[in-house]
Design a protein around this ligand. Structure first.
Ligand code: MN
Ligand code: MN
Length: 496
């Protein structure tokens, strides 16, 4: 059926007028205020800011190199916090405004508070990052021998493209809890004189069948075995002489036996240091920038606060995000709620249970996790007008999730307006982004777990390329803007 068109004289002339005014008033100032064009940080900031930007990234690269696992992140964060005067907090300690404290949760997660002058029940400014990253964990009984080669079996941790983890030098970090109560630590592969380890790949000459497989099956989980030795002991009575020799070495150097793997955690991570990338050294390439880029920025944001804030500032460095925030060191546990209850009690709350609920409900939070940066090599995966571009600053993601925002925290516009206002005032370059094309997949962060308390939360983090790969890429402009965003948020964000 066709609709009849009736000539509407009034409408015709009003459209004509609109067109003519548009032509007259397209001035530069108006264009700047009407359009939302994102500026590149490098081409916009002055020399002074540029220097601060590059200096900040030196500290970040050092952090990446010292903190290759969540345990090392936790230890390094405590070291830096102590240097700035933060004190370890014990449950029951009394607290007052101006106190700066940290709580170490099983050496794998950390919570820091800078107690503000306002009543804590009016809410805190919270930043939550995670310090676990995808990697290869050893199986509980890992060591075996196959024809004069000794290998470790692994079970990968987090979402990885398995084919990225072969023919790559690996470093090994271990914590072995012995039956006598002692703990042995291993760190092999990141010092220049250290040996490294490796998962092999099938030579291309014999790979005709392998190359026909789907990418998910080219390297299978059970094939991610790490090569660890090849010299046998000389003893005819020993069946697996190479495996035996590896165990002898472990006992001699570290004092543990094969059975002690039963109470141990070993992580294999890409060996080597973070590197400057590009002729202009404007980018950083490193393992585990998801989410150490935001964890470092969050940590530094609270450590650099020089004056007691009004609202209590809080930074969470959580574990287990990459496998669903599970376990007693992940955000799905009660660790943060319990700790905040202790803080409320230490500040004199009569009913610390109710006080905790009020505190959390009235809080505001930046969930500080990375997002996907637009990648020219995979342009088809992105919506070009809703992507985070490297060099344009920190990314705010109103929602994440996949298949119709499923599982996401959809931040409230009223909260976003206040964040925009603060960032604009403080010279923070930021960009709103959707992680990729709607139907392609998606990702989650800890945002929804904090939102469950009733607080305002938005995802706010650094865009990276090659996320979850052994060599993730970030822009120094964005890492710096991430820090600036967190710092001003902790210092002065106000709900009202
Ligand atoms: Mn992450
Ligand atoms: Mn991740």
């Amino acid at each position: 059926m066709q609709s009849k068109t009736v000539f509407d004289q009034r409408r015709f002339f009003s459209v004509l007028r609109l067109n003519s005014t548009r032509k007259e008033t397209c001035q530069v100032e108006e264009k700047n205020s009407l359009l939302n064009e994102h500026k590149n940080v490098f081409s916009t900031v002055d020399e002074d800011e540029l220097k601060k930007l590059f200096d900040y990234n030196k500290g970040y690269i050092e952090f990446l190199n010292r903190a290759k696992t969540e345990r090392l992140c936790c230890a390094e964060a405590i070291k830096l916090a102590k240097e700035k005067g933060f004190k370890p907090y014990q449950d029951g300690d009394s607290l007052e405004a101006g106190d700066r404290i940290y709580i170490n949760i099983r050496d794998k997660a950390l919570i820091l508070y800078y107690i503000g002058s306002d009543d804590i029940e009016a809410g805190m400014n919270i930043i939550g990052a995670h310090i676990d990253s995808p990697r290869l964990d050893l199986k509980p009984d890992p060591l075996y021998e196959d024809n004069n080669l000794a290998l470790f079996k692994t079970h990968y941790y987090g979402g990885i493209k398995k084919y990225q983890w072969v023919t790559l030098p690996l470093a090994l970090y271990g914590t072995v809890a012995l039956k006598n109560g002692e703990t042995v630590k291993l760190a092999i592969g990141d010092k220049p004189e250290d040996p490294v380890f490796c998962v092999t790949d099938l030579l291309v000459h014999l790979a005709q069948k392998q190359m026909q497989k789907k990418a998910t099956e080219v390297i299978e989980g059970e094939d991610l075995n790490i090569l660890v030795g090849s010299i046998p002991v000389i003893d005819d009575d020993v069946k697996e002489a190479v495996k035996y020799n590896v165990l002898k070495k472990l006992q001699k150097d570290y004092g543990f036996t094969e059975a002690d793997f039963e109470s141990a955690e070993f992580e294999a991570v890409p060996a080597g240091e973070a590197r400057n990338v590009g002729f202009d050294e404007s980018l950083i390439g490193s393992y585990a920038q998801d989410d150490r880029v935001c964890a470092y920025a969050s940590l530094k944001a609270i450590l650099d606060m020089t004056k007691t804030p009004k609202r209590t500032a809080c930074v969470i460095l959580a574990d287990k995000e990459e496998i669903g925030s599970v376990g007693s060191t992940g955000m799905n546990s009660r660790m943060f709620e319990n700790q905040t209850a202790e803080i409320c009690a230490s500040l004199g709350a009569k009913d610390s249970g109710l006080s905790t609920r009020r505190t959390l409900k009235n809080s505001s939070c930046l969930s500080s996790d990375v997002t996907a940066g637009y990648d020219p090599n995979y342009a088809g995966a992105f919506d070009t007008t809703n992507s985070a571009y490297l060099g344009n600053g920190v990314a705010l993601c109103k929602y994440g999730g996949s298949r119709g925002k499923s599982g996401s925290n959809d931040a409230h516009p009223e909260f976003l307006a206040k964040i925009r206002n603060l960032f604009d005032k403080e010279g923070v370059f930021f960009q709103l982004s959707d992680m990729g094309k709607v139907d392609l997949g998606g990702g989650g962060t800890i945002a929804y777990m904090l939102a469950a308390y009733g607080m305002d939360v938005v995802d706010c983090g650094t865009p990276v390329l090659s996320m979850h790969s052994p060599f993730e890429i970030s822009s120094k402009a964005d890492t710096y803007m991430t820090y600036k965003a967190y710092h001003c948020f902790l210092k002065e964000f106000k709900e009202a």
